[in-house]
Ligand binder design. Structure first.
Ligand code: OVV
Length: 406
């Protein structure tokens, strides 16, 4: 806990705000709030949560690049694991610091590396063609459920080696994990109350016996056989794949579909150049990043942007805000697939930068280029339903009408 003196000291030195990042009106449209908060100064004290918040690209990047000062082992959510009990056993990769983090990260990085996952490409492409044909055949469909959920639930879950039955537990489990990085609010409690079965199912399928012999899950257990991990750790890292790999890619695809439905000129550009799919996904990630924020905890007193931050202070970095910082991006509120969007912080950066980012790009690239080759137009035919979550941003429903290429 921060001492009263330290809190007082900090309030004297940085602007104070009653901003609530978890309020529905903020989650629905955070951009005007972020702009105002970026303009207040390099850091803002969020009095509702007693955390120091960073909204500018410069500090967000600096904090994520210094894991020794801004650690993850006290949790990457609002909960401080040193003083409060986390709702689940901490992740041995996400919620770990060097040097321990390096051992688990090395194994996960290998099985999610381009070289390793490229063997999935033919299967992912075949499934993308099938799914695109199916929805274009329907014409009118829900892009969130019929398309953006359907694809990762098939291809990623298959790649990990999960059984076909029970996959309906994956998104509720992820929703709980990502709500769990925020405050213990009604949103978290409600999800917690309905997800007991999902927790149970996840624990079950992380066991070696539940997984196929040729998937990423089996690869983690093979690393344990080779002495790189314990077998229990292999199971924990399967849990990481299932926590971090579904809701995230589903929501990224949702955000992509909505970006193109709302920007028909950009769709036209992509349709004329399907090979731009990968760069288009990058701009979707910059413009509508799937994460709004993440936390770190200081390991010592530190100076940043002239502010003295005490030891053991929770800091929150708004990566979504950093991605729209005019100091870093020209015309940041413009969705433009031709821009150079690399360097955006949607996947974080540094040693904890998303280990699955090549998998996410592979899925997005393949699905978007299949669409670009087959779909002429996409149009919203109803109001999209936002999915409110304490960490990630996406949709529950996106009613669309599409026309195929002639
Ligand atoms: C990046 C991420 C998100 C959620 C869960 C985990 C990782 C994990 O390691 O469990």
């Amino acid at each position: 806990m921060l001492s009263a003196v330290a809190a007082h000291h900090m309030k004297l030195n940085v602007p104070v705000s009653d901003f609530d990042p978890y309020a529905e009106e903020v989650l629905r449209d955070p951009w005007p709030y972020y702009q105002e908060l970026r303009e207040k100064g390099p850091a803002v004290w969020l009095e509702r949560y007693s955390v120091l918040a960073f909204f500018r690209h410069e500090q967000v990047h600096a904090i994520l690049s210094d894991p020794y000062t801004y650690c993850s082992s006290a949790g990457v959510g609002l909960t401080n694991f040193r003083t409060e009990t986390p709702w689940r056993k901490p992740s041995i990769i996400l919620e770990a610091d060097p040097p321990e983090h390096g051992r688990t990260r090395k194994v996960v990085a290998r099985i999610l590396s381009p070289a390793w996952i490229n063997k999935l490409r033919p299967t992912f492409e075949r499934e993308a063609e099938k799914l695109v044909d199916k929805v274009l055949n329907k014409g009118t469909f829900d892009a969130a459920t019929d398309f953006c959920e359907a694809y990762p639930l098939k291809v990623f879950a298959d790649a990990v080696g999960l059984p076909a039955e029970g996959r309906e537990n994956l998104l509720p489990y992820g929703d709980m994990v990502f709500n769990g990085f925020g405050p213990i609010n009604e949103r978290f409690k409600e999800r917690m109350g309905t997800s007991g079965q999902a927790v149970q199912w996840i624990a079950e399928v992380c066991r070696r016996e539940s997984l196929t012999k040729d998937g990423l899950g089996a690869d983690l257990y093979a690393a344990a056989d080779a002495g790189e991990l314990t077998h229990e750790e292999a199971g924990m890292l399967v849990r990481t794949l299932l926590s971090a790999g579904l809701d995230t890619t589903v929501f990224t695809l949702c955000n992509a579909m909505l970006c193109f439905a709302k920007h028909p000129d950009q769709w036209e550009t992509l349709r004329e150049n399907p090979s731009m799919a990968r760069q288009a996904i990058e701009e979707v990630l910059r413009y509508e990043p799937t994460f709004h924020s993440f936390y770190r905890t200081t390991t010592k007193q530190v100076e940043i942007a002239g502010i003295t931050v005490p030891e053991s202070q929770k800091v929150v970095v708004f990566i979504a805000s950093a991605n729209r910082d005019a100091q870093r991006w020209e015309d940041p509120d413009r969705f433009d697939i031709r821009r150079r969007a690399s360097g955006n912080l949607a996947f974080g950066t540094g040693i904890h930068g998303c280990a699955g980012q090549m998998m996410a790009r592979l899925e997005g690239d393949i699905l978007l280029s299949a669409l670009a080759r087959k779909m002429h137009s996409i149009e919203l035919v109803g109001t999209p339903i936002h999915h409110f979550n304490n960490t990630v941003r996406g949709y529950t429903s996106i009613p669309v009408k599409t026309t195929p290429n002639k």
